[in-house]
Design a protein around this ligand. Sequence first.
Ligand SMILES: O=P(O)(O)OC[C@H]1O[C@H](OP(=O)(O)OP(=O)(O)O)[C@H](O)[C@@H]1O
Ligand code: HPA
Ligand SMILES: [Mg+2]
Length: 187
Amino acid sequence: MALDADIETVLWTEADIATRVAELASQISDDFLGASSPLVAVGVATGAFLFLADVVRRIKLPVEVDFIRAESYGAGTESSGAPRISCDLKIDVAGKHVILVEDIVDTGNTLLCLIAHLKSKGASSVSVCTLLNKPARRKVELKLVGEGKFYCGFECPDYFVVGYGMDFAELYRNLPYVGVLKPEMYK
Ligand SMILES: O=P(O)(O)OC[C@H]1O[C@H](OP(=O)(O)OP(=O)(O)O)[C@H](O)[C@@H]1O
Ligand code: HPA
Ligand SMILES: [Mg+2]
């Protein structure tokens, strides 16, 4: 059966996302133009894999790329509240400007854990670049490191969304847009 058939509503189309990704990359390029330390884009696996690939391609500065893996949702729609770093960085980020690239900030638990982790590794600043921000569900306050900035693509309404990297039970990551599943699919 076609994957599209499981989607009830499309919130952001492929074109909406491409336009916003270009704007974010342009803002990042401007902000870090004069930076004295190297820039590292760290994608939070698995969900950020498409966004990371699209955004770094449009950054007009030298940028190192790495992944970190933190999981807290498993096969459900509720955060466990205690993300687990199951795969750490390869690159040494000490003294570098890190941009954590996320698909979505929901409760904030994942980023809280990752920002502290990168700070402990000596990053000179930690910024966040997230495609979606869902403030309605936030459980923790996020403090960036150094001169770190918060880049956000879109404010997400209080739905569990899928597509463009985001999954429900590991499926739907390959949809090129972001949408909401038909209610029966979440059961
Ligand atoms: O703000 P939070 O409530 O912590 O939620 C956001 C995180 O949850 C999802 O990851 P998930 O744990 O599902 O892993 P995945 O990327 O492998 O799907 C998403 O990709 C973010 O990393
Ligand atoms: O809305 C969501 N969709 C997919 N994964 C997520 N992880 C946190 N929130 C979400
Ligand atoms: Mg997930």
